[in-house]
Ligand binder design. Structure first.
Ligand code: ADE
Ligand code: ZN
Length: 322
């Protein structure tokens, strides 16, 4: 782990299933009697050479086969939270993908109770966290509505809903109903947009879904008027630099549009997305951009402050973190 040189921060774009490290995959496969289609950790790591978002998602969903019980989800969440806390994260708003587990025959109650226990254990390690249920945009919109009602019936401790998975071909407009229902329920609403999709996806997420944060959003830069709107409305962008490099959104980190985004005055935050797959946790992402773009301590402190402002924490907790 790198020596910590970044200020304490908040992580707002983190898929808990994307923290499944190869070593944990192998250990859980053994514990649950799951046969893996590769010989071990090294052979698995060799597959982490992604060409785009879909090539990553295919492996990401396959690897979830090892997550079977509430105890597995607890271990996954606790392991992430301890690592994040060691890297200076004080609070994390964590995505999970209910449908990715339901379609494998894992009961939603196992997922939710397991994660909730992991979050509780994280507090013992000095990090608070909340859950955001993400809906898979490449699955039917009606299914998303049904799953949200199942989460409500379980009294799942979620603070919001999100939208992830395959962006191109699955526009935000498809999910108007589930986002309207979430609003009715008093839940926060966020959406992945502008990762592989164009600026029109970002605009739709704002206009049709009422998204309060845009996850990624880097392609909004292609539309200056939209960018000006994001700045004026203080819509946070949860940017994930190492993810964008590994999924070939940009060729190298030096080509990342982070400096241009910062120049617009947008409320940018730095996050890890799927750290087990993309080579870095929140602190690694912050250190990488600090190094590549020569960010000052002042700029790093601004990024950390942006994440507190962009969080769904109550005002007293925000004040304590600022
Ligand atoms: N699910 C997990 N990681 C994702 C990403 N980067 N984009 C869309 N869906 C995801
Ligand atoms: Zn993501």
């Amino acid at each position: 782990m790198p020596v910590l040189e970044t200020p304490p921060t908040v992580e707002l774009h983190l898929h808990i299933e994307g923290t499944l490290e190869p070593e944990l995959i192998v250990a859980l496969a053994e514990r649950n009697g799951v046969t893996l289609p590769y010989a071990g950790v090294e052979e698995l790591r060799a597959r982490y050479d992604f060409t785009d978002l879909q090539s990553f998602l295919d492996l990401y969903y396959d690897n979830m086969a090892v997550l079977r019980t509430a105890a597995d989800f607890t271990l996954l969440a606790e392991t992430y939270l301890r690592r994040a806390a060691a890297g200076g994260v004080r609070h994390a708003e964590i995505f999970f993908d209910p449908q990715a587990h339901l379609v494998r025959g894992v009961a939603l109650a196992e997922v939710v109770t397991g994660l909730a226990e992991g979050l509780r254990r994280g507090e013992d390690a000095g990090i608070t966290s909340t859950l955001i249920a993400c809906f898979l945009r490449d699955r039917p919109a009606e299914e998303a509505c049904e799953v949200l009602e199942q989460l409500v019936a379980l009294d799942a401790p979620i603070v919001g809903i999100g939208l992830d998975s395959t962006e191109v071909g699955n526009p935000p407009a498809k999910f108007v109903d589930v986002f309207a229902r979430a609003k009715e329920l008093g839940l926060h609403r966020v959406a992945h947009a502008g990762e592989e999709g164009g600026p029109e996806c970002v605009a739709e997420a704002l206009d049709l879904l009422g998204a309060e944060r845009i996850d990624h959003g880097v392609r909004a830069l292609q539309d200056p008027a939209l960018m000006a709107r994001l700045v004026a409305e203080r819509v946070p962008l949860t940017v994930c630099p190492l993810s964008n490099v590994r999924l070939k959104g940009v060729e190298t980190l030096a080509d990342h549009p982070l400096p241009a985004l910062l120049d617009t005055g947008a409320l940018v935050t730095i996050n890890s997305d799927d750290p087990a797959y993309f080579g870095g946790y929140a602190d690694d992402n912050l250190l990488a951009v600090a190094d590549t773009f020569g960010l000052s301590d002042h700029q790093l402190a601004d990024l950390a402050r942006n994440a507190v402002v962009a969080s769904f924490l109550p005002a007293d907790r925000r004040r304590a973190l600022l």
